[in-house]
Design a binder for this molecule. Structure first.
Ligand code: GLN
Length: 205
């Protein structure tokens, strides 16, 4: 994967399925680092925020002093959040009984577990808009967040049952679902391409 040779990607590794993202990065031979402390963000070109348990992850983000560093990183650098990662990127969490404080890096509102509880987990084939055009991917929805509001600058890259499930806003990409459970790296490659394209955009005066 020559194109991605110079990219150093961090994976937020506080809780959740970060090892599966690491596995996918490994399949593409991407240089990677676990992010657990603010200094782990130094010199990274992009960051992945995995699925897991949003409440726990938010508590650990604050405990490890990562809130401001993550917000600062996400204001300029590419970040890809899946499932709980998407919830943490949102501007607002509806019906937020756990009192989770999201990072507000993306202008979307979400409802946690909006597709139902764990027992209602399902897989679907989705049509997604990625750099090379429309592709079909297998997506796992596991207590997935439902996007309930999209800011005007947010692009919808995939829709399921009338709701956006893959969204992008400038340097931020977020998916309600998981694709890292299997070896299909198309969405990861989409993120990495967007990350490189952003670096080019950011360098244009
Ligand atoms: N519903 C979970 C939460 O909001 C996220 C589930 C997931 O990441 N698969 O904490």
């Amino acid at each position: 994967m020559e194109r991605f040779d110079h990219l150093h990607v961090g994976v937020l590794a506080l809780q959740g399925d970060y090892e599966l993202h690491e596995h996918q990065l490994g399949l593409l031979g991407i240089k990677q680092r676990r992010v657990r402390l603010p200094s782990d963000l130094n010199d990274l070109g992009a960051l992945i925020m995995p699925g897991g348990e949003t409440t726990t992850m938010a508590i650990l983000i604050d405990r490890f002093g990562l809130r401001k560093p993550l917000i600062d990183f996400g204001r300029s650098q590419p970040v890809y959040g899946t499932c709980a990662g998407m919830v943490l990127l949102a501007r607002h969490i509806e019906d937020n009984q756990a009192g989770v404080n999201p990072l507000q890096l993306m202008d979307i509102d979400v409802l946690r577990n909006g597709y139902g509880r764990q027992v209602y987990s399902f897989e679907e084939t989705l049509r997604v808009q990625i750099a090379s055009g429309i592709e079909e991917i297998r997506a796992a929805f596991i207590r997935a967040p439902k996007v309930t509001r999209l800011g005007s600058a947010v692009e919808t890259l995939s829709v399921y049952q009338g709701s956006a499930v893959l969204v992008a806003e400038k340097n931020i990409l977020a998916a309600s679902f998981h694709t890292e459970l299997e070896d299909d790296t198309s969405l990861l490659r989409c993120f990495l391409s967007r990350s490189l394209d952003r670096q080019v955009v950011d360098k244009v005066p």
